[in-house]
Design a protein around this ligand. Sequence first.
Ligand code: HEM
Length: 407
Amino acid sequence: MTEEDVRPRTPFDRAFLADPHPSLARYREECPVAHVVTPAGRPMWMITRDADVRAAFTDPRLALGTATPRRPQRRALNVTLVDHDPPHHTRIRRLAAPLLTPRRLEAYRPAIRAIAAELLDRLGGRGEVELLSAFAYPFSFQVICEVLAVPAADRPELYDWIATVFDRTRGEARATALDRIDAYFQDVVGRGPGEPGDDVLSSIVAAWDPGGEVARDEVVSLCAMLLMAGYESTAQMIGMSVAELLRHREILAALRADPALAPRAVEELLRYHTPGPFGTVRTTTEDVRVGGTVIPAGSRVLLSISAANRDPARHDRPDLLDVDRSTAAGHLTFGMGPHYCLGAPLARLELTVALTGIARRFPRMTPVTPLDRLSWQGNHLNRGLAELLVRPGPYEETPAPGDTEAT
Ligand code: HEM
């Protein structure tokens, strides 16, 4: 018997990557608190019911900080916000949280529309387009650069580094790219607020007290995380949403006819798909009872956002994409509790602008690959489309009366 035969099986296989929902639904129904192993053979507990996942996100006994290595780090960004627990986590987080509220971000809407318009206008008249590389990734990157006020001259190099970091085929080049991003933000923080604008980076640096409890490396890491945390997740969310709009053409048409529908459609798309099927892995600080199961102290725990988002106990007919669903906003795609996604308002704004921009210009966009044969990449923690080849179709911009989301 080989080691392969005796090792417990992992639910995270290629079928999970393509569609995690059937497997997660079985766990949610039959074994909502399950002992599983990762593809690397690491044992973990997996929680799949909406009520249990919600409770776990806000339970201080499911900690993140315990996983933080205490030895000196090669880079500041090796330890991020999701490696700290309150109260220290709160001290770092509040340097950025007031700067990323929906109200503050509203000021960036015209710039975000302009970024979308410039990228989308280039697609008109082209035969086949890979939408992630031609639109979703550069859009996601440029928007966060705009909000952080990264100087235009620095952007091409930063884009190269960040694209390398998220390219799983690049090996050692990824480590070098991370070093460069780290050095870039060390420099930003080292220079101080300079001419403080009301942009996010200089406001964070201005709000930081170098003699206080938040260390310089923690500020560097916070700034770098703002650049990186939403880059791939938002781009992938745009890709998955567009694929879904091409499957449900009636929603695409409705968005074109009435862009005011976008925030509702975005919320339901966020419930329906997520690039992160699980939150960051937690560790139990003591024995924790979940339902009828006791998870022992020191266990690693996966909180399944995807399974919770399709739990029929919260969402009626959960496998149906329904933009009129009243419970959609109750999804956990941005997590919950102290680590609730700092970029959620920005991601929502980006999705709204991107999807209305596409619906407005390319109502006849079609997929090149049949939608049930799309290829997927990543792992159980971060999954996404390997590519999304589309034919944009004729450019048919039609201003809609009272259009609030036109790009
Ligand atoms: C659709 C896009 C996005 C998704 C699905 C997403 C998802 C998440 C989730 C689930 C968490 C919580 C992790 C946990 O508790 O385990 C999180 C945290 C975080 N996200 Fe996002 N995110 C997205 C976009 C963004 C953007 C655009 C930014 C940056 C502007 C961002 C910055 C962060 C940061 C800084 C945290 C850590 C918060 C903390 O620990 O206090 N995210 N995100």
